[in-house]
Every structure is written in C-alpha cells, then in structure tokens.
Design a protein around this ligand. Structure first.
Ligand SMILES: NC(=O)c1ccc[n+]([C@@H]2O[C@H](COP(=O)([O-])OP(=O)(O)OC[C@H]3O[C@@H](n4cnc5c(N)ncnc54)[C@H](O)[C@@H]3O)[C@@H](O)[C@H]2O)c1
Ligand SMILES: N[C@H](CO)Cc1c[nH]c[nH+]1
Ligand SMILES: [Zn+2]
Length: 811
C-alpha cells in the first residue's frame, strides 16, 4: 500500500529548507517534486543528498516544458516515476524511451503508480511539504491502518535497512506519534503495558528510517538502523529475535568496520587497511581469478574472495553497503544505458567478424551520430537490431480509441477540438470544398508546379499501365462461363501526412492512381498548418489536379475517424488510404475492424524504414545518404545497413559519412534519435544478407552491391526495391513513377504497396446453361448433401429434373 501521504515540494527553495527542517518527512520514503518549478539540478541534488527518500517522483506541467534531455537526465539520476496531468503527455515520453510503468497518469482524481509498489495517490494525498507536521503524517497513517486485535495495537514488523527482519513488536497510536516526533524506534510493550522507547535501558537504540504499511493495511513496517554498542535487537543479545544472521555481505561489512577500529597491528586485515597498493593488487588478482573460474563451485569461491577485498576497499573508503545499494538502485532507474564496452587494455584480441563488429562499435562512444554494429553471429544482437521501435498495439490503441469514439459520436465538434489540441489550430470549419479558393495556391512557384507535374505524369504512366479494365472470362466446363470484372471503389479518403513534414508527394502518390482507377469521389485529409490553419499550396494544387472534392483540414486519428464514419460536413468514404504516424495507422486499423464503419484501408503504412544491402564496393557516401533520407522522416523511423563482407575500414567510412552528412541536416535532431535505434549488421554472404532482409520485410530495400539486378530474384518480402548505386530511395519517393505508400512494420510479408488495383474491387460473375448444369450439377448436389444443405441441393435438382437431366425417381 505504501505511505498514504506524498509530500509535495513545490520549489527548489522548499526542497532545500523544508526537507532539512522537517526530517520526519523522510520517514514516508517518498516525495513528489514539481518539475515546473524545481530545477533539474536541484532535483538531482535532493535525491543525492536525501537517501531517506527512496521513491522520488516528478510532476510534469500540463504542457511539459522540459527538454527531452532533461527528462532523460532526471530518470537517469533517481527519479522513479513521472506524474502526468494529461494522458496525451504519455505518448511522446514513451517515444522518447521512457518505460510506460514509469509514468503515472491522472485519471479522475488519482495517479496510479505501478513501479516498485502498486500505489494509488488521490490528489488529496499529495500534500505540500510545508503544510505537513508529524501529527498530520500520523493521522494519515491511522486513517489507512486497521487492527483486529482486542487491545487495538498494531502489528509492527521491524527490519534493518537491508530489509532483514529484526523482530515483531506492537505499536499504539501514541507510540507511533512519538516515533514520528523523535524519529527513533518507539513501540508499545504488552508485558509492561506502556510506551517502549527501544534501547532506553539497554543502550541499543534505533534510528528510525522509514515507516510503511503493508498491502492490506493491517501491519506496519519500521525500517531502522540499530545503534548502540552491540547493535542487538533481541533482549537475548542477538542481532534479531530469530538469532544471528548468516555471515553474508552485511555481516562482513560489520566485522570489517570493527577491524578497522581495533584489528591487531600485525593482522592481515590491518595490513590491507594500511597498504592501499596491496589492496589494489589483491582486488585485481581476485578479479582475474574470477574471470578464469570455470565450474560453479570455483566461481562462487572466487567471487566471495573478490567481494571480501572489495568490501575492505569500501570500509577503508568510508563507503557503506547502503551507499552501494543506493547506487545500484539509481542505476536500475536509468532509462539509457552505456554501451558497456570494455576498455581497450582489458580486451583480448578476438578473431574475425566479431572483432570487426566490436571495433566498429567503439567508434560510437562519444555523442557522435553512428549506428550500432552487430555481427550476424550474434543472434540476440541481430534480433534486437531488427526489432522496430514502435509502441505496443494495446498502448497506442489506448490513446487512439477515445479519439475515434469521440469523433464518431460528436462529429465536427470533436474533430475541431482535436485539431486545436494536437495541431494547435482553431478552425471554424474542418473542411475545404472544391473549387479551392485562390488564396490557397499562394506561394506556389512555377518551378514547383513543373516538378509536381513531372512526378504526377510518371506516376500516372506507371499506374495506368497497371489498370485492369478488361473482363476476364474463362469457360471452366462446356456451358459454364466464369468472369471477373473490375469496378472502382466509389469514395476514397486519402490521408496526407503533415506532422513533422508536409508531404505533397503523398498527395500525388494517392491522388493519381485514384484518378486513374476512376474513383467517383476523392477526399483529401491533411493536418492544417499552425501558422495560418491552411494546408500547403502544393497539396491543394495536387488536390485540384486529381479532382478531389474536399480537403479535410485535420490530421491524426481524428481525421481517419471523420472519413470513416462521416460527420456533418465530411462524407463517409468506403476506403481510407495513405501513410501516417502511429496514431494514423492505429486509427486506420481500428476503423477497418469496426463493421459499423464499413470502411477498408490500404495497409498499415507507418513510420518509414529502409534496409540497405551494401558490399565492399559500395560508395560510403551513397550508403549514408540513403540511410539518412529515411532517418529524417521521424524519430520512430528505422534504418538498417546489412553489410556483406565489409572491411573494418569500410564500416568506419560509412559511420563517418553518416555522422558528417547528418550534422549538415536541418532535421539532425530527428536523425539522431532515429539512428539511436538503427544498426549495421555484418555478415559474410549475399545469401545471408537477403535472408535477413526477407525476414525483416523492409518498406524500402536498397541494393548497393555489385551486379545488383541479378540479386532481385532473392527478394521475397519488401515494399519497393531500389536497384544499384544510382537508384536512391528518394527517386521512388517523388518522381520515378512507383508508389511511395508502402507497408511498414514487416507487413511487406503480406501486403503490396499502393497500386492501381488498391483503388479497385473485382466482381466475379458466371453463366451456366443447361449443358453446363448437366456437367456440374451432380457435383454440386453431392457436396451440398455432405454439407447437409438440402436447399442448395434442391436448387439444382429441381432444374435438372425439369430439363429431364435426372430420372423422376431421383432423390
Ligand atoms: N509507409 C509509408 O508509405 C510512408 C510514406 C510517407 C510517410 N510515412 C511516415 O508517415 C509519418 C508521418 O508522421 P507525422 O507525425 O509527420 O505526420 P502525421 O500527419 O501522420 O501525424 C500528425 C498528426 O498526428 C497527431 N498526433 C500527434 N501527436 C499526437 C498525440 N500525442 N496524440 C494523438 N495524436 C497525435 C496529430 O493530430 C497530428 O495532426 C512518418 O512517420 C513517416 O515516416 C510513411
Ligand atoms: N519515404 C516515404 C515513405 O516511407 C515517402 C516520402 C514522402 N516524402 C519523402 N518521402
Ligand atoms: Zn522518404
């Protein structure tokens, strides 16, 4: 259950003064810092200097003003959980790499923490530290505590700071109050029937460190430091009421502390304390022996030796095991980890690929923009490298479902509200009707028109060639003619992303084939610009050219919902197509599954990704430029280089080119985050490289290898392939003629990218004449019989009997 009050520190000043003047606040073990007012440095200093507060949380303001770096710094330096006032604040933090369980979102009037302990904090339990007193803390405790004992005492477990049980005692309300006031172990003695200040007579007093309640509120736990000469808890002069503890690390620490004070002059421990060189040598020696130990017994033996000498070092340096454990705890809270590579001098030379990968990895130690390097022999590493940086479906759906539901139920009103919330634009109407007003084309240059026209023409040529117009006809048996004919999907909704970049190219990639397929109504949707609430003139130009009837001025899940269900001003469409971020993709998947929406989608086309297969002959600059062209799309994009027999030198050249080119890009911050979850995988053969690629099923596959065209036959899963050194992926993004709306997340295993048939459906028909019925009728009847579907059978039997194709007596 935890302590029922969360002291709230509302300023840096308060942190310094109140925490010092009210040491009893530390007994709660927890604190919430207002991160809109407490500086990051002060928050970290507070955690470092106040070890009593083991569970320190931070409250982010409704619109988080902390930079990503500050958030990471806080979590890496001991902040356990971030309290969020609004659920929409969670997604960007999760994207940043903050684990979900480290976020407590305000729901109703309660923050729920699921990290370390499961604890719900209602806003009434979050109380300003300056307003708290020992009485208030005790009263809050009493309101959560219960006892079923006749004497109304509370069962109290006493443990030391290593959570080892010292004994079981009882507390009364008065003893608890005194414990708060004095911060020492005060209980209630049942035998003497009076308040019992532990150690008052024996001298074995206790410093009280923490008070806590168990999960169902019927037992207290006091964490204490046993003080006094022998540090015994039990009246039988043993450390605990269950006897002495086993001589583990804590016992060794105690023993060495005593030895530090009184070890005989010539004893070995004394020598160690007074000869730092000897101690250093012993630690190294034992560490080496541990690395060489082979069987379990040997490893345990050598580890114990190493711990012994390490403990001598701790005691000699005045460092306690508590300090080490606190350090481990803060490290456990870190959300970014060091690479963990060993220093050069400790590395033994290793052969071949593995060493190549490690050597290459070492170049990324310093904030440079470079990819993680793994060898294909490292199966776990490869699997991690190829896992996509996306949120779990359940998590993203949790955010998207309420948006879709609200737009579905409240139409334009909800749509306009979400546009204001997520895109920062307040609009009067969510839709722009064709013919589009002149002012929407302002800023469009002739050069841009020409570029768009050229791209549209190439996309038209390639997609028109794909158009299936003819009716397919096959005579399966004499008298049985089967056919299939295409029809355009009537109303299509085309989503054009506009979050971090405006993509008029997507408008043409979707609009042109919709036009080629002769869809009757084309509706565009794209997020409006913050500056003036319009969409870019390039998007409007394409909309006009392909004959779109409307542009929905909205983005994200809300735009998808509006087109799927329709609103007062937006028509419901039959199919939604187009790429987008995780919210857009999740909303498309939602509406596709809702039979009430009656709306299909093209495919899951989420954050862009590319896999480049390169060999030693590849140009490092070309490879780097292709990786970066997809990395700049978004922080959740991923780029992978599979290197076939690459030399160390080549890997270094590529890393160097990535770094150099990235620094020149305006979107370097996005690139940096994308590259952080992107990798180079080193392998020996083209076959292995293609196996890996087929397994990953990338949206884009680039082949920068010798005789690239010959290897296309090895491609089984990919959205679109870019063959040879002079085929950058950007050509497909804009102008070559292929479509750039492609399956991501590995869905290239089962989906094709957008093509002309994506805008069509195919209807089959058949004609059966008497001769045909004679040829297939008996088969139909037999199968219908075995299925027990007599009406099916009758429909054939009646006809065949009238035609005289069956005897009258046929049953
Ligand atoms: N697979 C493909 O074929 C393909 C093609 C082009 C682009 N893309 C990808 O499309 C994506 C475009 O993403 P984008 O973000 O730039 O634009 P977007 O238009 O897809 O998304 C922007 C919208 O997301 C919504 N949003 C943002 N934060 C939100 C939050 N916290 N909660 C709810 N909704 C929120 C807002 O409504 C905003 O309008 C990129 O990842 C890019 O890589 C993919
Ligand atoms: N590469 C993206 C598809 O993943 C499409 C795009 C549009 N503009 C630039 N690129
Ligand atoms: Zn692109």
């Amino acid at each position: 259950m935890g302590f029922p009050i969360l002291p709230f520190f509302t300023s840096s000043e308060e942190l310094k003064t109140v925490a010092g003047s009210k040491p009893y606040l530390g007994l709660t073990g927890q604190a919430l810092l207002d991160l809109t007012k407490v500086s990051v440095d002060d928050a970290i200093a507070f955690i470092e200097n106040n070890s009593a507060y083991k569970f320190v949380c931070g409250l982010l303001g409704a619109s988080n003003t902390l930079s990503d770096d500050d958030v990471v710094r806080l979590l890496n330096n001991g902040v356990s959980v971030l309290f969020l006032q609004d659920c929409s604040m969670a997604a960007p933090l999760v994207q940043l790499g903050v684990p979900k369980e480290r976020l407590a979102v305000l729901e109703g009037a309660t923050y729920t923490c699921n990290f370390g302990v499961v604890q719900k904090f209602s806003t009434s339990q979050i109380v300003e530290a300056s307003a708290l007193s020992t009485d208030k803390l005790a009263d809050a405790l009493f309101s959560s505590l219960k006892t079923d004992r006749d004497d109304k005492l509370y069962t109290t477990l006493v443990v030391d700071t290593h959570e080892r049980c010292l004994g079981l005692v009882y507390s009364s309300k008065e003893s608890i109050k005194q414990a708060f006031e004095q911060q020492v172990g005060v209980y209630y003695s049942r035998s003497r029937n009076e308040i019992w200040v532990k150690g008052l007579t024996s001298g074995n007093t206790q410093k009280l460190v923490n008070i806590n309640i168990d999960c169902d509120g019927d037992a207290l736990k006091f964490v204490v430091v046993q003080e006094g000469k022998k540090s015994d808890f039990c009246h039988l002069n043993t450390t605990s009421c269950y006897g002495e503890f086993q001589q583990g690390l804590v016992g060794l620490e105690g023993l060495l502390r005593q030895r530090l004070e009184n070890a005989p002059e010539k004893s070995y421990t004394r020598r160690l304390f007074s000869d730092p060189e000897l101690l250093t040598a012993k630690i190294k020696e034992e560490a080496e022996e541990l690395t060489e130990a082979a069987d379990k017994k040997e490893v345990a033996w050598e580890a114990a030796d190493l711990f012994y000498f390490a403990m001598v070092k701790l005691v000699a340096s005045g460092v306690s095991l508590d300090d080490v454990e606190r350090n481990l705890h803060v490290k456990h809270l870190k959300i970014t980890r060091r690479k963990g590579d060993a220093k050069e001098k400790f590395l033994q030379k290793k052969p071949s690929e593995e060493s190549k990968a490690e050597a290459a990895a070492e170049t990324v130690d310093d904030g440079s923009i470079s990819l993680n390097v793994v060898s294909d022999q490292d199966k776990k590493g490869v699997s991690e490298a190829l896992s996509r940086p996306i949120q779990k479906t359940a998590d993203i759906m949790h955010l998207v479902n309420p948006i879709v539901e609200r737009v579905r139920n409240e139409g334009d009103k909800a749509l306009l509200e979400f546009t204001q919330k997520f895109d920062g634009v307040k609009l009067d109407s969510p839709v722009l009707e064709a013919p589009f007003p002149k002012e929407y084309f302002e800023g469009l240059t002739d050069e841009m028109k020409e570029a768009l026209d050229l791209s549209m023409e190439n996309v038209r040529k390639f997609h028109e060639a794909q158009l299936q117009k003819e009716t397919l006809e096959v005579v399966t048996q004499p008298g049985v003619v089967c056919s299939r004919f295409p029809r355009p999907i009537e109303k299509v909704g085309l989503y054009i992303p506009g979050g971090t970049a405006v993509l008029p190219s997507t408008a043409l990639m979707l609009g042109v084939p919709a036009r080629v397929a002769e869809c009757q109504e084309i509706v565009f949707a794209s997020p409006p610009r913050k500056s003036d609430g319009k969409v870019s003139p390039e998007v409007v130009y394409v909309a006009q050219k392909v004959g779109a009837s409307k542009i929905v001025l909205a983005g994200g899940a809300q735009a998808v919902a509006a087109m799927a269900y329709g609103t007062e001003s937006i028509p419901k469409v039959d199919k939604i197509l187009g790429p987008g971020n995780q919210f857009v993709t999740a909303a498309k998947m939602y509406v596709q599954n809702d039979t009430q929406a009656l709306c299909s989608i093209d495919m899951p086309a989420g954050p862009s990704e590319v896999l480049v297969i390169a060999d030693e002959k590849a140009d490092a600059d070309f490879v780097a430029s292709d990786l970066l062209s997809q990395a700049e799309h978004g922080v959740d994009s991923q780029v992978i280089l599979v290197g076939v027999a690459l030399s160390e030198k080549k890997v270094a050249e590529i890393q160097d080119a990535v770094h150099r080119q990235a620094l020149e890009l305006p979107r370097v911050d996005i690139v940096r985050k994308c590259i952080a979850h992107s990798s180079i995988i080193l392998c020996d053969s083209y076959e292995t490289a293609f196996d890996m690629s087929n397994d990953y099923a990338p949206e884009h596959l680039i082949l920068q290898i010798e005789n690239a065209q010959d290897y296309v036959k090895l491609v089984f899963n990919a959205g679109s392939v870019f063959v040879g050194a002079y085929t950058p992926e950007s050509c497909g993004d804009y102008s070559s003629g292929t479509n750039h709306t492609l399956p991501t997340y590995g869905y290239a295993r089962q989906y094709s990218g957008v093509n002309t048939s994506t805008f069509q459906k195919f209807i089959t028909s058949q004609v059966v004449n008497p001769q045909g019925l004679e040829n297939i009728g008996r088969a139909v009847m037999s199968v219908a019989k075995v299925e027990g579907l007599d009406a099916h059978r009758n429909a054939v039997k009646i006809r065949m009997q009238k035609l005289g194709l069956l005897p009258e007596s046929f049953q």
